[in-house]
Design a protein around this ligand. Structure first.
Ligand SMILES: [Zn+2]
Length: 184
């Protein structure tokens, strides 16, 4: 009778692992913080997915603008040719939000990664389980976004499965994986 489990009463049993909603990985919202309203979540991808993009905004009204992928090379990308605009890196990182519970992607600029080096495109640290806060540093809707990481990661067994962000971005941009989008 030395089995220690026999002495554990039900209230002392270890908690059941959490249950998470199924990931509909083609339909994952991309969140950007509004001024004065930071967003906090838990990272569930190893690191950001960095993609070369263009900002397409035919009307000039900010809400009509869209991020679109840079496809191929500067000489062949239709948006490089038609917009006369250099592509820029945008990062997406998979995040678990608690209230309401859902999977999202946070969008990162190179500037936001430079204020938080583990998010930079060439960083290799596994970030799953770390908390992340993104916030605007100014009052304007387009002021720079800053990111901060927490130091005490959530244990991997308490996290949802890793998020695959590619299907959601492919759907959002209506491109195929073979269309030559540039990632790192
Ligand atoms: Zn381009």
């Amino acid at each position: 009778m030395n089995n220690p489990f026999l002495r554990i009463r039900p209230t002392e049993m270890p908690p059941e692992p959490p249950r998470f909603p199924k990931v509909e990985d083609r339909w994952i919202a991309i969140l950007n913080p509004k001024p004065g309203r930071p967003i906090t979540g838990t990272i569930i991808t190893e690191r950001p997915l960095w993609v070369l993009t263009h900002w397409v905004n035919p009307t000039g009204i900010p809400k009509d603008g869209r991020t679109r992928p840079h496809l191929g090379t500067d000489d062949t990308c239709p948006l490089c040719l038609s917009l006369d605009q250099k592509p820029r890196w945008v990062g997406y990182i998979g995040v678990w939000l608690v209230n309401p519970a859902r999977y999202v992607m946070f969008q990162l600029s190179l500037h936001s990664a430079q204020t938080c080096p583990p998010l930079e495109p060439d960083a290799t640290l596994d970030l799953r389980g770390r908390s992340i806060v993104i916030k605007r540093v100014g009052a304007a809707a387009n002021s720079p976004v800053m990111a901060q990481l927490g130091t005490d990661p959530t244990a991997l067994e308490l996290l949802p499965p890793e998020l695959n962000m590619r299907p959601a971005l492919l759907r959002l941009w209506d491109v195929r994986s073979s269309d030559g989008w540039v990632m790192r």
